[in-house]
Each structure stands twice: as C-alpha cells, then as structure tokens.
Design a protein around this ligand. Structure first.
Ligand code: CU
Length: 462
C-alpha cells in the first residue's frame, strides 16, 4: 500500500525525475522518465480547454509541450525494471522508465504529435487502440508503416476527433512486446467540460506475466498458464488503493491486455458502464451491474456515486487471478489423512509439515522460506487479519471529509459500532452495546515477517 511518505515523495519525483534526452537538442520534446511505481498526482491541464485529469494507479501521465498549437509528446520504448510489489521486480519492456507506459491525456479537438523513440533491441511500432485517425498513423508494422528500427524516432500526428477511453501498444513483434509489458492508457477528454463530469477518474490496465519464482523475466511464449495477474503491472498487496471522498462521482476505466477475460467486481455498490473503447454509452442503453466482464483487447469505464463509506474490495472474480506466484500442479489434499505419510517423510526431512488437508488458508499465515524476488501466493493484511489475496485485487477507500485532489491513503476504515460481523456467544447484544470493530483486536493472528509459498511445486509442505 502506498503510504503518506511515498505519496509526498512521489510528487517531488514527478518534477525531479524529468530528464532531457540527448535528442532534445534536435528539436524533440523532452522525454520525461518515471523512476518509481507510486501513484503520481493527476497532471493538471496547462494549455487549451479545461479538463479533469485522470489518476493512473501506480502510474503517471506524460507531460507535453505546445508547439504552434500542436500538443507534442515524446514516448521512449525501452527496457525497464518494474517493481511489481515491494520485494519483487520484473525485467520488462515499457515506455519512459515504466511498464505500463505513461498515460497520454489530451482533449477532443486537439492536434496531437507523438514522437516515438525506440531504445529496444528490436524494431517496434505504436498502435493507438480505438482512436479514429488516418490509416497511415495506425501503427501496424508492414501494413500501415515500416517498423521503427532500433535507435530511430518516428512521428505520429493526428487530430483527437473523439473523446473517450483508449490505449496504446506495439503492433510489431506484438506477442513478445505485449508479453514484456508494452502498453499504456490514452484518454481523450471531452471538449465540453460539462459533458459527463466526474470528481475522480481512475485508470488502469490489466496485464499478466509468467515469471518463475526467483526469476525476473517473463516467459513470452506462455499462452494460458500465467502466474502474475496485475493491475498496471502491480500485484496485491502493493496495488494502490482508489481513494475517494464520500459523495464524489467516480469513474473507473479498465483496459484488458491479457490473454483472457477478467470479470471485475466491486463491492458495496452497483454501477453502470458509461464508456467503452468504442465511445460513450447512451444513458438509455445502460444497465446496472456489480461485476463487469472486461473482454480481451477491450476497455470499459464504469461510474458510481460514492455514497457508501468503507473499504470496499475491487478485484477480478476469477479466484486464481487474485493469487500471486502459484504452482498450478499442486495436488489437492483436502480431506486426506497425511498422518502416516508425514511420519515417513519426517524420517528423511524432520521439518516436514503436512498442509492443505483442511484447505489452504493456513498457508497465508505460515512463514516459510521462498526464493528471492518472489511474493507469497496469498498476501495482504488488513485490520482483521490476513486477506489471503494477491494479484488483481485492490481496495476502494470511501471516506467522509477528503478534500478534492487528496489521494493519500486514509488507513483502515473505522466501522461504526455494531456494524461488523461478530461471533455468536448465546445472546444478541442490544444495538447500543454491539461490538465495535476495535473489540476484535487481540485474538487476531499476527502478521508474519514473510508469508507462504510461491508455488512452483517444489516446497516441502504439501
Ligand atoms: Cu481475472
């Protein structure tokens, strides 16, 4: 989770981390680099029509410069080291220092010029997913342009003719380059700031990787059996929470660049899809949902009024996608009697502990050795104990009294007295003396220093 310290530090980094590339002298816009994975404050508009900028979870928006009325951006495709969680870094390819790349924001009617410098060891292109533009700007290697050779810079230029929710990714050696993390968000704000305004506008991309426990590089040939299910290339417990003030109108924009669909479920609310990568959804065409399926290669934006305070889970509903590195060839022992086999194994391995016969929740509380650069399969601790979650999971924190623009983590939700599920002890408390959340403290398991197994099928406990 990001702390107050990280958030403040991050704001400074956005300004401080900006560097001029060597190509600046040739008239190119500067290419800012982001050096950390903390959520950056929204990039307020500095030119042209007013708009409400988006907040990219564990990410940032790319600054631009104006050049004779054209908004100029500079993307640099390059190898990056992405911190997926505290204690785990992946060697990916991305843009301007991170994967995903920075979010590009502009306004309907803008003329946009995007310089793309290729610092990858092979050629690339950038496809602007969902945008309406001239065919030759569509970024498909071979079909609409020659690929951008390693070491070269290409220019894309088009009018942002339509507002909405889009993304960018390579369309050259696409399988490898997307498996390595090359992707980013592209938001075109409406020219009319009164069109479907929201108070908070969050964006994130879903991506998946297959990274063996203890290693750093995704296996790019994997097609189905991924072990890192990420929100903006971060895994729970280190996906940033969505911080929301009570009564805000909130938009959440999600894109899916994995190999499978993700039913994104948010607790505590019902909501409506208001935008896809095809455009805004007319109000008479919407229906209520609490889970929306994000198809492969698609984007969905949903909106809600944040009237219910609390810490509400937001996660993919495929339960294997809310796990971190796991071995999928682990046998199921639920109901098995391992007494005899445990005795035999202890004869050769005295520390052997039989596990998994009652389910797997005990693993989240166990402390067992795992390889370096690996995050336990089930992780995350809340005020009531272990969450037994990982991967595509985060928390929407709705609080009273937050200022507009305040995205600092407010900590755990303080439940009003009498509103937390409690143990039956033989009689109902009267409403006034019902247990408050704080009454649970002492009996809870304490957080271990390092939790359980990454999988891979090699641990001794199963
Ligand atoms: Cu999923």
């Amino acid at each position: 989770m990001f702390s107050r310290r990280q958030f403040i530090g991050a704001g400074a980094a956005l300004a401080g981390a900006t560097v001029w590339s060597k190509t600046s002298a040739m008239g190119l816009p500067e290419a800012p680099i982001m050096e950390e994975a903390a959520t950056q404050p929204p990039l307020m508009p500095t030119a042209g029509p007013d708009y409400n900028p988006v907040v990219t979870l564990n990410g940032w928006s790319l600054p631009f410069r104006m050049n004779n009325g054209v908004k100029e951006f500079h993307l640099v495709a390059e190898p990056v080291e992405r911190e997926m969680a505290d204690g785990m870094t992946a060697y990916l390819w991305g843009y301007n220092g991170q994967s995903p790349g920075p979010t590009i924001e502009c306004v309907e009617g803008d003329r946009v010029r995007i310089f793309v410098s290729n610092k990858l060891p092979e050629h690339t292109t950038v496809h602007w997913h969902g945008l309406i533009l001239p065919n030759g700007m569509d970024g498909v290697a071979g079909l609409t342009q020659p690929p951008i050779p390693s070491g070269k810079t290409f220019v894309y230029e088009f009018d942002a003719v339509k507002s909405g929710t889009f993304m960018y990714h390579p369309h050259g050696d696409e399988m490898v380059q997307m498996a390595m993390g090359m992707m980013g968000f592209f938001v075109i704000h409406p020219k009319d700031p009164t069109f479907m305004p929201v108070d908070r506008d969050f964006v994130f991309l879903l991506s998946s990787y297959d990274i063996d426990p203890g290693s750093y590089l995704p296996k790019v040939m994997e097609m189905t059996d991924f072990n890192m299910w990420t929100i903006n290339s971060r895994i729970f417990p280190d996906v940033a929470p969505l911080i929301v003030a009570k009564d805000d109108r909130v938009r959440v924009r999600v894109g899916n660049l994995t190999m499978t669909n993700h039913p994104i479920h948010m607790h505590g609310y019902d909501f409506e899809v208001t935008c896809t990568d095809g455009g805004w959804v007319r109000s008479e065409a919407r229906w209520p949902e609490v889970t929306i399926d994000i198809p492969v290669g698609a984007m969905r934006a949903y909106e809600f009024d944040a009237v219910h305070p609390g810490d509400w889970a937001l996660h993919c509903h495929k339960s294997h996608h809310t796990m971190n590195a796991m071995g999928h060839d682990v046998p199921t022992f639920i109901g098995a009697d391992k007494t005899n086999v445990a005795r035999k194994i202890r004869a050769v391995q005295p520390e052997y502990m039989p596990m998994g016969t009652k389910g797997m929740a005990d693993m989240a509380e166990m402390s067992m050795p795992i390889p370096d650069n690996t995050i336990p399969m089930m992780a995350g601790w809340g005020q009531f104990g272990s969450l037994e979650m990982g991967g595509m999971f985060t928390v929407v924190k709705v609080r009273e009294g937050l200022e507009a623009g305040d995205y600092e983590d407010p900590g755990d939700y303080e439940n009003p007295p009498g509103t937390v599920a409690y143990e039956w002890t033989g009689s109902l408390p009267d409403a006034a003396s019902a247990p408050a959340s704080s009454a649970h403290g002492s009996a809870l398991p304490s957080k271990p220093k390092r939790q359980m197994m990454p999988g891979g099928g090699t641990h001794s406990g199963m």
